[in-house]
Design a protein around this ligand. Structure first.
Ligand code: SF4
Length: 460
């Protein structure tokens, strides 16, 4: 243990309960979701030559993870926080698909020897908005441009309203192994208030079609904190997800950030549950899923005990990246598509978020990098601690560099005094009963918190 630690707690640390007003003060705090560190608002301009030099430092033993961003949807859901736009323009979709394929070749040519692709994630937006033909062509090009490892996982985010047996067959044919479907809430009244209407039957049929075609790994995303939601709606939705036998269920709190996502103004702030109600909803979803046999993971995920994420969490191999919690352990994450973010050992890089500029640069055979951030040794050490904290893993006090410990101490001391974190056998251990507040534990190690223009969503 670090002898300089100003961390001796004044009270027993094993008490998990705390006064409700204390809990709600933590829950109402605005903090990053820590899908990266430093977080994206701290990125700055990055030129292609520097990005290429970082790519050149990839080692032969490094596995690759690929993320493809497909920023199109058929309609805009009012709660959406993603980088997407609505289109059915076939020319626009075809040009984007062609650009993705070109970017794959340009990127592959910029890489030194590596250990192949172990993980691919297609996100958006709605990846199937490209259409089955373009999607298959893009995946075919990726396989030609990058060697895929035999055990690679190929995951895709899906809108159940766009999955019929033909699309399910096309996805399976393209090698997809895991699908994440957005459910949000099954109540028609809530669906009407978030601009996303989909029947329970459409979700069940999409899941059945995927399984029938061999895509057995199914994730469902549900939400709390939506307008018009109460405990009964959240419980019914969690029961629905469990009854479908989803391997993983993510329970996301709606993040109302209309200053960043103006379409969220369609959801009146006054219609949203307060932090007390959000906590009760989050707890209700958790109770249903735990009773159904799921294992709680990190801030907001649940998995059946046999699922690879449950095994990774049990073995301390859970990770967190821009897609949230993941089993992906590749040291190199490459992003393709407008606005996608890559993570290399040397730093982060984000592609042009503007579709037109992205297309022009890719068509000129450039790597369309726009912003990024190099990582100092201290950034990397803090990032590792933040990832451990967000994954709910104990942190060895002796492994925390003294300078980081010094800056973390005031916040940590408060968390310990309030029972969110305790010291046990020389390790900082977060109380699993307060897992929705894990962002506070992570924030202890964030040197940039409160700096710059970033505004964040509430912790719960
Ligand atoms: S389908 Fe998903 S990405 Fe598209 S608008 Fe709805 S929530 Fe956003």
């Amino acid at each position: 243990m670090n002898a300089a630690l100003p961390l001796a707690p004044a009270a027993p640390l094993t008490t998990a309960s705390m006064p409700p007003e204390t809990w709600h003060r933590y829950a109402a705090a605005n903090l990053p979701r820590y899908t990266s560190y430093p977080t994206a608002p701290h990125f700055g301009p990055l030129d292609e030559a520097e990005w290429r030099s970082w790519l050149g430092a990839i080692q032969p033993a490094d596995k690759l993870s690929l993320y493809l961003h497909i920023p199109f949807c058929r309609a805009l859901c009012w709660y959406c926080g993603c980088h997407t736009s609505v289109t059915r323009n076939q020319e626009r979709l075809a040009r984007y698909a062609t650009a993705l394929r070109q970017e794959a070749w340009t990127l592959a040519a910029a890489l030194p020897a590596h250990a192949g692709v172990s993980y691919l994630h297609l996100g958006g937006g709605t990846p199937t908005a490209l259409g089955a033909k373009h999607l298959a062509e893009v995946l075919g090009t990726l396989r030609a441009a990058f060697p895929f490892r035999p055990d690679a996982e190929l995951a895709i985010e899906l809108d159940p309203r766009m999955i019929d047996p033909a699309m399910a067959e096309a996805l399976a044919g393209a090698g997809i192994t895991r699908a994440s479907l957005g459910v949000q809430d099954i109540s028609p009244a809530v669906q009407a208030r978030i601009g996303r209407v989909q029947s329970e039957a459409s979700v069940a049929e999409a899941v059945a079609a995927l399984r029938a075609n061999g895509i057995k790994a199914i994730n469902l995303d549900i939400m709390y904190g939506l307008p018009g939601q109460g405990i009964a709606e959240v419980e019914a939705t969690a029961r629905f997800a469990a009854a479908l036998g989803a391997d993983r269920v993510a329970v996301f709190g709606y993040a109302h950030v209309p200053w960043m996502k103006p379409h969220q103004k369609a959801i009146p702030e006054a219609s949203l549950p307060d932090s007390e109600a959000r906590l009760a909803q989050s707890a209700a979803a958790e109770a249903v899923l735990l009773a159904a046999g799921y294992v709680a993971i990190g801030l907001d995920h649940f998995a059946l005990p046999g699922d690879s994420m449950a095994r990774a969490a049990a073995q301390g191999r859970l990770h967190r990246n821009f897609q949230g919690y993941t089993t992906d352990d590749a040291p190199v994450l490459l992003g393709l598509g407008a606005s996608s973010i890559a993570r290399l050992p040397g730093g982060f890089g984000q592609n042009e978020p503007d579709e037109r500029r992205y297309l022009e640069r890719v068509e000129a055979r450039q790597l369309p990098i726009a912003r990024g951030r190099s990582l100092t040794a201290e950034d990397q050490a803090r990032a590792a601690l933040i990832e451990q904290a967000m994954c709910g893993e104990p942190i060895d006090l002796g492994a925390i560099p003294p300078g980081i410990m010094e800056s973390a101490s005031p916040r940590l001391t408060r968390l310990i005094a309030d029972g969110l974190v305790r010291i046990e056998a020389g390790r900082l251990v977060s109380d699993p009963r307060h897992r929705p507040l894990l962002r506070h534990f992570a924030a202890c190690f964030d040197a940039y918190l409160g700096q710059g223009p970033a505004r964040h969503s509430k912790a719960v």
